[in-house]
Design a protein. Structure first.
Length: 202
């Protein structure tokens, strides 16, 4: 599994607030989390920072669906909101800027972990590979317009077949305003409590 970081490092930092960080993320970053399943990644960052006022976590699902699909979603959302974070439901990664609570915001880090369209089927079929490529392509376009000047898009993705056929780097290269600055190995163990949940909740 590899995390691709697109664009440049964020250079902004507040001298008045103590910085707390976990791997690539800091409590000083304005962070948008896209496609959260059970919100365990958001909860991990929240607990690491002890505050989530700079975090917006989104899900494609309605609130009631998230709680029904993922048994830990309610507890994780309570952690996030209890520390000041924002949760937005029914946010489509294809066109995030069209969401009324997102279109006017900008972020230092926009994160999409293990993208999945949520279907039940074969990952290796050409139609499903193309479907996922369209998701990533649209996400990158939408996310790029929401970045701060020195912001980054983080895409975490499996590198084994058939996921390698998505060709994430080539999709990013289609946008001349994006550039790859780093590829880093991603380990769930670095993020206490995080569990990668497939889009359909299985």
């Amino acid at each position: 599994m590899v995390r691709a970081n697109l664009l440049r490092n964020n250079g902004d930092a507040s001298e008045e607030e103590e910085e707390k960080s976990i791997k690539h993320y800091s409590n000083l970053h304005k962070i948008l989390l896209v496609g959260e399943g059970d919100f365990s990644f958001a909860a991990c960052l929240a607990q690491a920072f002890s505050s989530t006022v700079n975090i917006v976590a989104t899900s494609i699902n309605a609130q009631v669906s998230s709680k029904w699909l993922y048994k830990r979603a309610s507890a994780n959302m309570e952690i996030l909101e209890g520390l000041g974070g924002t949760i937005l439901h029914e946010v489509d990664a294809h066109n995030m800027t069209e969401h009324p609570d997102l279109g006017h915001k900008s972020f230092d880090r926009i994160v999409f972990n293990f993208q999945h369209t949520g279907y039940k089927g074969h990952d290796h079929s050409n139609s499903q590979i193309q479907r996922h490529q369209e998701l990533v392509r649209a996400f990158l376009k939408s996310a790029r317009s929401m970045l701060t000047r020195n912001g980054q898009i983080h895409v975490t993705h499996k590198t084994a077949y058939p996921f390698s056929k998505w060709e994430i780097e080539k999709l990013a290269e289609e946008d001349e305003k994006l550039r790859l600055v780093e590829k880093a190995k991603f380990s769930e163990s670095d993020y206490s409590g995080y569990v990668n949940e497939r889009g359909d909740g299985s």
